[in-house]
Design a protein around this ligand. Structure first.
Ligand code: GAP
Length: 441
């Protein structure tokens, strides 16, 4: 049985700031709620997540093509998708302190006083559309409304014909997109869990009606494999199949992959059989036929969509929670992020034992950096302190260049999780890193 996590939201937030993974946006101006900036380590971690996701959707059933859609979209397309009419949350305002709350997430009881100011003076409950609306051009006369996309999926659907014809795609095939989405969440919360600006990794898989359920099952299994390959504790993952009453208006069936955060099991990714809803709607609203002609049967049909959708930021937070441990090593308590090597932002750190060895150690660092760019060099403090610094950011291996290295051309390489040290030849460093999943993974 997996040990319960020692991570709390406060510890993760503090680590992220201390080590430069994540900063509050516009912090020096008082911050912007639900929006974050990512520092150097945060950027590298995001890159690794996106690369792993892109690799994970390769498959034997059909090709995957990629799209980078625009962030702004027209009023008409969001009418077609159902977002103008349906994409809202119920909310209420406290008339006294002006604080706004969602009424459907259990955070307030309207029979009680406002949790913020302690006075009971609520407005009526009303629906709040989560899309950010803006005007195109200089004239704000309401004729040129545009919306920041609340999901990447719709830019894939409206480009379905473009993608199919230009790539000469054969069904089944997928269109993948990694990109920003925006939702004016009433109450952004739990750090990176619910944001107003976030990034999604979505795959829209186009297949025939007859094969749709089989394809849905195929993607469920593939997605489970993805989380296993990230090294996540699989006993903190569960699959939640939606009951009829939980299904979104477009869904035939849907399963959420949930992770057990310290604040409970929550959705990490959604996998949905969306039927023909999206292409049918966009055909209707645009007047452009998005059906596919099948040469074999000489008939036209609208493909079914199976979607997999996960947020980069939510997965980022999940990986931090999952990797976070406080344990004892060499008689000291340490904080360590036990990231899988292919996910770790920094792959390796190189230390000269003393300042006297800085020059040859730095030469070794520069040589390795040509093949493994994301490595660090650290000459400050005791070796123990330098290990602790790297453990805290999840670096899987540290190399110490010592006085013996000058004679035997060997270095000490130390494993982050076990603390075990091996003495290896400098010429074997690359094969050691390959064997341990740091390179080419
Ligand atoms: N195209 C389907 C779609 O967007 P969703 O369940 O609304 O479905 C998919 O979002 C995934 O995007 C979620 O499982 C989550 O990982 C991420 N996500 C959604 N809203 C988010 C938010 N406000 N902040 C961070 N991530 C979010």
């Amino acid at each position: 049985m997996q040990k319960p996590t020692q991570a709390t939201l406060d510890k993760i937030i503090s680590l992220c700031k201390r080590k430069g993974f994540v900063f509050q946006t516009a912090e020096i101006y008082g911050g912007l709620n639900g929006v974050y900036d990512f520092g150097h380590l945060g950027f590298l971690l995001r890159e690794n997540i996106k690369r792993a996701w892109r690799n994970s959707i390769e498959n034997d059933l059909g090709e995957i093509y990629t799209l980078e859609g625009s962030l702004l979209g027209t009023q008409r397309m969001w009418e077609a998708s159902g977002h103008i009419d349906n994409f809202h949350d119920p909310m209420v305002d406290c008339k006294n302190c002006k604080k706004r709350f969602r009424t459907d997430d259990g955070s307030i009881d309207l029979n009680k006083n406002c949790p913020d100011c302690g006075i009971k003076n609520w407005t009526e409950v009303r629906n709040f559309n989560l899309m950010f609306k803006t005007e195109l051009g200089a004239v704000a006369d309401g004729t040129a409304h545009a919306y920041l996309r609340p999901e990447t999926a719709q830019t894939i659907f409206i480009n379905f014909k473009n993608m199919m014809t230009t790539n000469r795609a054969k069904m089944p095939f997928g269109v993948a997109q990694i990109g920003k989405s925006f939702r004016n969440e009433i109450t952004p919360k739990q750090f990176l869990f619910r944001l107003r600006e976030f990034e999604q990794m979505e795959l829209e898989w186009f297949c025939s009606q007859e094969s749709a359920m089989e394809n849905f099952e195929f993607w469920l299994a593939k997605r489970r494999e993805f989380y296993r390959s990230l090294g996540l504790n699989m006993d903190r993952i569960r699959f939640h199949a939606h009951g009829k009453e939980e299904l979104a208006h477009y869904s035939v069936c849907c399963t959420d992959i949930e992770y057990e955060f310290p604040f409970g099991f929550k959705e990490l990714e959604g996998i949905a059989h969306r039927g023909t809803f999206d292409l049918t709607q966009h055909s209707k609203f645009s007047g452009k036929d998005l059906a596919v002609f099948d040469e074999a049967t000489k008939t036209s049909h609208t493909p079914v969509v199976v979607e997999t959708s996960v947020g980069v930021d939510r997965l980022f937070l999940t990986l931090l929670f999952d990797a976070y441990y406080e344990d004892e090593m060499d008689g000291e308590t340490r904080v360590v992020l036990k990231f899988a090597p292919h996910i770790a932002p920094i792959k390796l750190a190189i230390f000269p034992l003393t300042k006297k060895l800085e020059e040859p150690a730095l030469a070794l660092f520069k040589t390795i950096k040509k093949t493994v760019p994301n490595i660090q060099f650290d000459v400050t403090g005791s070796i123990g302190k330098r290990y602790r610094r790297q453990d805290e950011i999840g670096t899987p291996f540290c190399i110490t260049y010592d006085f013996d290295t000058e004679h035997d051309n060997c270095v000490t390489i130390r494993d982050r999780d076990s603390g075990k040290q091996d003495r290896i030849a400098i010429t074997d460093i690359m094969s050691y890193l390959t064997e341990h999943g740091v390179i080419n993974s």
